[in-house]
Design a protein around this ligand. Sequence first.
Ligand code: ZN
Length: 270
Amino acid sequence: MPELAEVEYNRKQWDPGLGQSLSKIRTHSKARIYRNIAATAIQRGLKGRSFVASHAHGKQMLFEFSNGAWMGLHLGMTGKLHTRPVGSKIEKHDHLVLDLEHTQLVFSDYRMFGKLTLDVTEDGGAPEWWQALPPQPQDKGFTKIRHLTFARRFPKTPIKTLLLDQRGYPGVGNWMADEICWRAQIAPQSPSGTLSDEQIHLIWKLTRQVSRDAIRVISTKWETPPKSWLFTHRWKDGGICPRRVCGGAELERADLRGRTTCWCPVCQFC
Ligand SMILES: [Zn+2]
């Protein structure tokens, strides 16, 4: 599922269309992505507008059109954004195709867990739901005290599960949460209440670090992260811990509250 950096990468894919007016809006009206808003409402709401700006926040995106129209977009599991020249053939899994003057913006989603919303605001400002989103780990508002307070509210929750809570850590997903626990050398199963203030502080610092690293490597260049990250070793059974001090222990993988979790049983012991 796309996490913070993959979402930011996708957001930028529509940039070639900025400043252009919409000429045609095509929707695959029966697609499940229109479960929150009818395809016809998207058609009516965007008609005659131009594409002004795009924003990403955690796993959410917001596309701004002229005269206060804001289209929210969540990629779900398999959603992808891309552009093509106007007049290109529509593919099977394209569920929203916006023809601009020179560029075609496409939202394709094979499994259709993605979703759309549309708000038209009177003052032209971003919709309230967007303004109310909690700070992302890379934002100034993601303070040590905010994180400590949040973690202490859920003392029985495993630290990895806590990091997946979008109210506290918007944009952090499964691989990032594993990476943070691994860098902190804390077992993902540890209930957050068993961690010291120093360990909670370390998790805060590494949440910011992993977010910044992910944005730099993935959303800027779409590169595979280096072999020194857990990321490149966590996807299959039999992976080896890239941290040398444990002597290359075999990584463990198990289900933790419904999410496949990977950790080093030697490095991550508490
Ligand atoms: Zn290790």
